[in-house]
Design a protein around this ligand. Sequence first.
Ligand SMILES: NC(=O)c1ccc[n+]([C@@H]2O[C@H](COP(=O)([O-])OP(=O)(O)OC[C@H]3O[C@@H](n4cnc5c(N)ncnc54)[C@H](OP(=O)(O)O)[C@@H]3O)[C@@H](O)[C@H]2O)c1
Length: 237
Amino acid sequence: MKKAIIIGATSGLGREIALNLQRDGWTVGVAGRRVELLKEFAIYEQIDVTAEDAVEGVERLVEKLGGMDLFVNVAGVGFQNKELDSVVEKHTFDVNGYGFMRMVGWAYNYFKREKREGHIAIVSSIAGTKPLGTAAAYSATKRMQSHYLTALAQLARMEGVNIKFTDIRPGFAATDILNPNKHYPMMMSKERAGRLATKAILRKKRVAVIDWKFAVLTFFWSLIPRCVWERLTFVKN
Ligand SMILES: NC(=O)c1ccc[n+]([C@@H]2O[C@H](COP(=O)([O-])OP(=O)(O)OC[C@H]3O[C@@H](n4cnc5c(N)ncnc54)[C@H](OP(=O)(O)O)[C@@H]3O)[C@@H](O)[C@H]2O)c1
């Protein structure tokens, strides 16, 4: 039976991905900070990706699972922060930057050590393809995540390490990360976004924008030059 670790599975897309993989016959080991919410799964570990002992937590989780074929990092935070409050910006960098890098870096070295095929998937965002003025740290860290994965994909080839990489880039999905009092265009249900994300992982797609509407949107906005993008003041999210 195939084994997957999902970091950030207490709610939202991570929980959906974990449930979908489980339905597909995978054994899953899940992590997050809110341990009460992890208990719906048989194998779990309370992990704060920013904590000093986060890597030890993942090691314990893999041991409980009895190995790992797939590592999915979904853990992330996002805030609109027009005030550029540095506490908020730092927290975003801590989780989406430092925490992400430790988790994914650990998974890379795990598969390298094991000397067999592995698969690392991340959930970044369409905000990593074009930055949003109201969420500078979020956009910047999501860009970093996609770049980091690309660098690891090149490193794996350099080192002859057999790892597949998947970068999931969702558009707006109705989860706790979004402000419930705001309107978001083309918003998907978390179930639909989770289903599409799982499908992309199982197909080992290298990059998947979720869903097709956001794929069309990101294609067109990738054509917009920076000098025009910076003038798009109606983009409020
Ligand atoms: N929903 C969207 O519209 C959307 C769009 C694009 C990208 N995304 C990305 O999707 C990912 C999942 O977010 P979501 O939308 O599903 O929102 P969510 O329901 O808030 O899920 C966030 C997950 O990250 C975990 N997490 C946060 N800080 C953590 C930490 N320090 N250590 C360990 N786990 C931590 C949370 O668990 P605990 O709080 O229990 O620790 C939770 O499981 C994020 O990376 C987000 O950037 C979401």
